[in-house]
Design a protein around this ligand. Structure first.
Ligand SMILES: NC(=O)c1ccc[n+]([C@@H]2O[C@H](COP(=O)([O-])OP(=O)(O)OC[C@H]3O[C@@H](n4cnc5c(N)ncnc54)[C@H](O)[C@@H]3O)[C@@H](O)[C@H]2O)c1
Length: 318
């Protein structure tokens, strides 16, 4: 019988790329998504793929899509704009949705993989962040709907492992970018790409000295696949350790887009982490994984997608 995987959040940015990788790896794939922040168009290229199906469903309600061998639980608003807009939905999908995804894995004896986040480390007091760091999270701040949902979902995952013997994996994802990201999701790369393509000034919050590490989507998903095939039960950071200031990122975008836009400085939002960089020694050692695509190359690989997305937005406005 062929292997069958369930991907919650399969119509999203990372979920849709994961569906592609699983299909390329010989799996049959069922994506479950309520299209809260995802889009059918992210899966349009799979329209005639007989090994793929999309089920439109909210996983905060119990669900059953039949026998699967692996559950990949990615459903959750992920960008700061989305989880600020859908705060309660974010908490629900991180809690109720995680229970339902785990129950599905348990019912069919399937393995289970959850996408957690570097946000579990909050505004970290340790640099770079190792998986053993417990984090510095404000439990009642504006970002807590996301950070605490994800910390809770890690806890539920470990509980199902300990109490119900579900075979689990946890990935802590650091900023990832690439084609199929939403244009207006408030994350650094789409913000800058959109502004540069439109010839507008790039908005930098604070003085732009805060750092981020940016991982190209094909590297990230390669890390998922390796972790899924490994036996590691504890969280593994998957992200690019090359740290850039936000200002350096803005300049890289201006170069790749070949734009003459300037830079505008706005006040820093509350709880914005000053520094975020993965320690990927564990992924290197355990999975033989490290990112291959540098920032400029990744931005070039994403340019056509962002140009098209900006053109579609302009056309829709007229
Ligand atoms: N992109 C990143 O840089 C990043 C960083 C850290 C963690 N992550 C995690 O990776 C996962 C995917 O993120 P993404 O960037 O692809 O975001 P995304 O918003 O593009 O995708 C999330 C998907 O989940 C779906 N969804 C949300 N609530 C749902 C529900 N109740 N029922 C069914 N589907 C639901 C959305 O419609 C969307 O298709 C998330 O769990 C996120 O927390 C992403």
């Amino acid at each position: 019988m062929s292997k069958r995987a369930l991907v919650t959040g399969g119509a999203g940015f990372l979920g849709s790329h994961l569906c592609d990788s699983l299909l390329a790896d010989g799996w049959n794939v069922v994506a479950v998504d309520n299209l809260l922040t995802g889009k059918r168009s992210n899966l349009a290229h799979l329209r005639n793929e007989p090994r793929f199906e999309l089920v439109e469903k909210d996983i905060c309600e119990p669900f059953d899509v039949g026998r699967v061998d692996y559950v990949f639980h990615l459903a959750s608003p992920a960008s700061p704009v989305d989880y600020a807009t859908y705060g309660v939905e974010t908490l629900k999908v991180g809690s109720l949705g995680t229970f339902h995804a785990l129950d599905h894995a348990r019912a069919y004896g399937a393995k289970y993989f959850i996408s957690s986040t570097s946000e579990c480390y909050g505004d970290p007091l340790e640099h770079p962040q190792k998986e053993t760091y417990w984090g510095n999270v404000n439990p009642i701040g504006p970002r807590s709907v996301y950070d605490e949902a994800k910390r809770f979902s890690e806890a539920v995952t470990m509980a199902y492992r300990r109490y119900y013997k579900v075979d689990t994996r946890i990935v802590r994802i650091f900023n990832t970018y690439g084609p199929r990201m939403q244009l207006n999701d408030g994350r650094v790369v789409p913000n800058f790409m959109k502004q540069a393509i439109r010839g507008e000034d790039l908005t930098v919050y604070g003085d732009g000295s805060q750092t981020r590490s940016f991982c190209y989507v094909s590297d990230e998903v390669d890390g998922f696949m390796r972790l899924a095939k490994s036996d590691e039960p504890l969280p593994v950071n998957i992200g690019n350790p090359n740290e850039f200031t936000i200002l350096e990122c803005a300049k890289a975008v201006l170069k790749v887009v070949d734009s003459t836009s300037g830079i505008r400085y706005d006040p820093l939002p509350q709880d914005d982490p000053k520094q975020r960089r993965p320690d990927i020694s564990k992924a290197r050692q355990l999975l033989g994984w490290e990112p291959k695509i540098d920032l400029e190359t990744g931005l070039r690989l994403s340019l056509d997608y962002f140009r098209k997305a900006v053109a579609e937005e302009v056309a829709a406005a007229h």
